[in-house]
Design a binder for this molecule. Structure first.
Ligand code: HEM
Length: 491
């Protein structure tokens, strides 16, 4: 028996082929740009016929806010990915199905990363930003690694009370490799097993089944990343020598709640999942945003000058920025917003999925449809952000204040509805302090390539769940000898 709703048409989309639908047309490089082009023909709510994974792409804020925001009671599920399961990434709270199990994880994440709690991490953020300044001053040739170091050290300290002094420490290398696996297995349209699940039962020596080898290689690495630091803290707690960290606090809280020191299987899993997701969600994302900032500054020296005028006026020459300067550093706030808009960290956000048949603008969106929000298209919409490829902090300002009439890019860049990024306060604060600290002490210069050509940030991005510039051709030069001294004498 047909319901009335199911007689409605699906949203329009590119014409596909029998059986494989649009699978062969799926772009593997910067798909957000291709989707944007396709949406010019088919509209901002576009259907892609992918086997086992019908997909709708939303290219406008209007559609994303309505479906993922207002209707988030039914649009907060995640699509199931066999590739993620095979590579052992399906435990992550970021990929859990919309359920009580997910809500339990979300509640703990909120406890540790809500706006009020995040203020407690400011001393860690300040210390790591200042350690960065010293590293950039004394070993300027590995700038990219130093940038990554800031956000790795912040999240490792918060989560495990671990001091990351070297980026080649075992824990960091493990976490980086597990994250590489994440970006490899989340490439949309790449793994046929997600569209033809029977492939997972075929032997791995058959041609075309490399996905099995990839998953088998990464699985133990991801397992170890999630368990090793956690087990170390659990052991230290048993021996009464654990220091305070998110992990120890969470374990204690779960122990208190259940009234026993032995965690139940469910609580043990919850704790491992919440602590395990922290690095993977925090490090590469904030690093990518900071890279975007550095590249923008190297291409727009006039914006640097304006920011430095503000920093000199508010802070003066004899100290480094503090979080208490936040309200007075409006131009720096605008730069942080623009960095998240200009080169979008998660250009296709994270995929949602709908748990019931729904109708929108007269179209059917069937239960189980994967819903992709093209955040890149929304943040590069010239109607909202004129000349979107220009880096222009002024677009958010009016009379020396943030202009509320312009859409704050954070309302898109951190995702939507009930799945919105729980780490957004931490990410934004780390980014703000990094930008203020660097601009207060250094000038950022562009490094031209061998042919003397300037860097084109938009044709040099790595495609993945998280998009990053493929290099950061910038160098930092101290603004003066006094600022050099300031860097060396500040802790
Ligand atoms: C500039 C930095 C960051 C950006 C741009 C960013 C962006 C995002 C986006 C777009 C999503 C998907 C939201 C959705 O599905 O609608 C997300 C999810 C998530 N983020 Fe972030 N994020 C950042 C930093 C962080 C940090 C610092 C943490 C950790 C403390 C974090 C933890 C998470 C988690 C756990 C999820 C999954 C939420 C869920 O599925 O319920 N993020 N983030």
């Amino acid at each position: 028996q047909q319901t009335k709703k199911s007689t409605l048409p699906l949203p329009p989309g590119p014409k596909g082929y029998p059986i494989v639908g649009n699978l062969f047309q799926m772009p593997t490089i910067t798909p957000w740009k291709t989707f944007k082009e396709w949406s010019k023909l088919h509209g901002d709510v576009m259907f892609l016929d992918l086997p086992n994974q019908p997909t709708v792409v939303l290219d406008s804020v209007e559609a994303a806010f309505e479906l993922l925001g207002k209707r988030s009671d039914i649009y907060s599920d995640r699509p199931v990915s066999i590739m993620q399961q095979l590579a052992f990434w399906d435990w992550s709270p970021g990929f859990l199905r919309y359920s009580q199990h997910w809500r339990n994880h979300r509640r703990e994440l909120h406890q540790f990363f809500n706006q009020h709690e995040v203020a407690k991490y400011q001393p860690i953020q300040l210390r790591e930003c200042r350690a960065f300044l010293r590293r950039a001053l004394h070993s300027p040739n590995i700038l990219d690694q130093h940038v990554r170091h800031i956000f790795t050290a912040i999240i490792m300290k918060i989560t495990y009370d671990m001091d990351i002094t070297e980026m080649d420490s075992e824990h960091v290398l493990l976490a980086q490799e597990a994250n590489l696996a994440l970006s490899i297995v989340t490439m949309p349209g790449v793994y046929w097993v997600d569209h033809f699940p029977f492939l997972k039962y075929l032997p791995k020596w058959l041609p075309g089944l490399q996905f099995k080898k990839i998953a088998e290689y990464y699985r133990p690495i991801v397992e170890k990343m999630r368990s090793q630091p956690f087990d170390e803290i659990l052991q230290a707690m048993r021996e009464g020598r654990a220091s305070s960290s998110l992990t120890s606090k969470l374990i204690e809280r779960l122990q208190q709640r259940s009234g026993t020191t032995n965690l139940s299987t469910i609580d043990d899993e919850l704790a491992r999942n919440v602590t395990g997701v922290a690095y993977s969600a925090a490090a590469d994302t904030t690093t990518s945003a900071a890279q975007s900032f550095l590249i923008a500054m190297s291409l727009y020296p006039d914006i640097q000058r304006k920011a430095q005028e503000e920093l000199d006026r508010v802070i003066g020459p004899s100290r480094l920025p503090e979080f208490s300067d936040y309200d007075d550093l409006v131009y720096i706030q605008a730069i942080a917003l623009e960095a998240l808009r200009w080169m979008v960290v998660l250009p296709l956000s994270a995929f949602h999925s709908v748990t019931r048949d729904d109708t929108y603008r007269g179209f059917l969106i069937p239960k189980g449809t994967t819903v992709i929000a093209n955040a890149w298209a929304m943040l590069h919409d010239p109607k909202e952000y004129p000349e979107p490829t220009r880096f222009e902090p002024e677009r958010y300002l009016k009379d020396g204040k943030l202009n509320r009439a312009v859409r704050n890019p954070n309302t898109i860049a951190f995702g939507f509805g009930r799945r919105i990024c729980p780490g957004r306060h931490l990410g934004s604060a780390s980014l703000f302090m990094t930008i203020a600290s660097i601009l207060h002490t250094f000038d950022i210069h562009e490094i031209l390539d061998e042919d003397g050509k300037p860097f084109d940030p938009f044709s040099s991005v790595v495609t993945g769940l998280i998009s990053t510039p493929d290099r950061v051709p910038c160098k930092l030069i101290p603004r003066s000898d006094d600022r050099k001294q300031l860097i060396d004498t500040s802790v």
